[in-house]
Write a protein that binds this ligand. Structure first.
Ligand code: HEM
Length: 455
């Protein structure tokens, strides 16, 4: 069965010809997806001029590979994204470029090694079980906001695995701070496009600054405390404290460490929570697929609670998550700025050009994905994956800047589904259309209110 709102994406994207000047900026502020020209669904490369500056949209897998891998060193993170994110995340792993980025990536890599990831499965299942128990304690038929439920669960997990547990951090305050900060990022992106000076005021700017200051203070406190008290723990804070510049031998300062911690907290929980929220939505709409996953989970767990050793036996569940990441990629646009002249396919790209990879549109191109709006986890059967261009599916990016948390996120999503699906059935009202909104990440514009029924 196709998604009930198949034309949702095409309807949302900018009409041909797309708005220009102020019209375009207004679209960016409202919902940056509305500024993507609809032509990207059909053409491999679309050039757009915004206030005299070129932007290039790329949706052809070969060309995406050229940007993210082959010529990766010709590109930096985009000015607009940096302008939206750096006030909060500083110049840490997600926003830095060049040698500074490389050093930070190397410093944190050990926490994503296979053996460390395996050890994280238990806390992941533990957090999922707490959500399940909270749900089971509600009166039957209770309504929840699924996005919020998933954020709570993945937030629990990121704090427990990366920062060695609660208590250390004011979870509610950090969560609120992140939402307050992200609320006005559309403005920051639009002002970067308009080349307005960095101090330009905009609605929500003060609130965002307050949120950022609160977040930074909370994390700086955590780093200072760890420096003072020390710890045997080998978590992300320990890795960042131990990191040394290979040339100067210098350690990272507290501010850089705090920026990296906030980057991991933000990049590591919101995206996965959204992937799960969209997966619940799709399973609600496709009960036959849901039944199939339930069967697989029951066969793997023997009907008992999911344990770490069960997760490898859930290939269909993993496929369903991959398909949800295709239809609703939590990071819907990957952006770069050319640092030097470079050729992408036939196209000469001048320094300063913004290159945008609209992941969401690429993953719904009809020539790459037959019946692109249809939810079909068979697309991720290993044979189908092998037959397809590697760069047709890029929810985690690709090349040297590929998401460092991709295995972490996938296993986390499997652990959460394996725990929650057998316990409750989550349903939205018939005909409910969540809509699509971009706030750096891809959120349901109307939220995802769902009723929970015990199975
Ligand atoms: C479904 C969940 C997730 C999605 C869809 C996702 C998506 C992405 C994407 C698209 C990028 C690359 C951005 C670019 O090239 O400009 C990225 C980078 C990153 N992600 Fe994720 N992510 C997810 C989960 C996670 C998790 C769980 C963590 C941490 C535990 C994490 C940490 C990071 C970091 C630190 C980077 C920057 C890497 C670098 O530049 O070297 N992400 N993510």
């Amino acid at each position: 069965m196709p998604d009930p709102h198949p034309s949702q994406l095409a309807r949302l994207l900018a009409p041909d010809p797309p708005p220009r000047g102020l019209g375009l900026l207004r679209a960016v502020i409202r919902n940056p997806l509305e500024a993507i020209p609809r032509a990207v669904l059909e053409r491999p490369l679309v050039r757009q001029t915004v206030l005299g500056r070129d932007r290039l949209f790329v949706t052809e897998p070969d060309l995406i590979q050229a940007v993210l891998l082959t010529h990766a060193d010709a590109f930096g993170k985009s000015d607009a994204m940096r302008r939206a994110l750096s006030p909060a995340l500083g110049d840490a792993i997600l926003t830095a470029d060049g040698e500074r980025w490389r050093r930070q990536r190397r410093a944190v890599a050990p926490i994503f090694r296979h053996d460390r990831l395996r050890a994280f499965l238990l806390p992941m299942l533990g957090a999922a079980a707490r959500t399940r128990d909270r749900w089971l304690a509600l009166p039957p038929g209770s309504a929840v906001e699924m996005g919020h439920e998933m954020m709570r669960t993945t937030f629990d997990i990121i704090v427990e695995t990366m920062l060695s547990g609660h208590g250390a951090i004011d979870v509610a305050r950090v969560e609120r701070g992140i939402t307050d900060y992200l609320a006005s990022t559309g403005w920051a992106i639009a002002l970067a496009l308009a080349r307005a000076p960095a101090w330009t005021p905009y609605p929500g700017r003060r609130r965002a600054a307050r949120a950022r200051d609160g977040l930074r203070a909370e994390l700086l406190r955590l780093v200072e405390e760890r420096r003072r008290l020390g710890s045997e723990r080998e978590d992300l804070i320990a890795l960042l404290l131990a990191a040394r510049d290979p040339e100067t031998g210098e350690a990272m300062d507290d501010r850089d460490i705090a920026d990296n911690l906030l980057t991991f907290i933000t990049a590591g929980h919101e995206t996965t929570a959204l992937a799960l929220t969209w997966t619940f939505h799709l399973l609600d709409r496709h009960p036959a697929e849901e039944a199939r996953l339930l069967e697989e989970i029951a066969a793997a767990t023997g009907g008992g609670p999911a344990r770490p050793e069960h997760l490898a036996a859930l290939p269909r569940t993993r496929q369903a998550i991959h398909e949800a990441l295709r239809l609703y990629p939590p990071a819907p646009i990957i952006a770069r700025t050319a640092l030097r002249p470079v050729r992408i396919g036939e196209e000469a790209v001048a320094p300063g050009t913004t290159v945008l990879i609209p992941v969401l549109a690429t993953q719904r191109r009809a020539d790459l994905w037959p019946e692109p709006d249809r939810f079909d986890p068979d697309r991720f059967h290993p044979d189908a994956v092998k037959a397809r261009h590697r760069y047709a599916w890029i929810p985690f990016g690709a090349g040297p800047r590929i998401c460092i948390g991709l295995t972490f996120a996938t296993e986390e999503a499997v652990a959460i589904l394996a725990t929650l699906l057998p316990a409750v059935r989550a349903r939205t009202a018939p005909g409910f259309d969540p809509g699509l909104a971009m706030r750096i990440t891809l959120r349901p514009a109307q939220g995802m209110p769902m009723r929970l029924e015990r199975r």
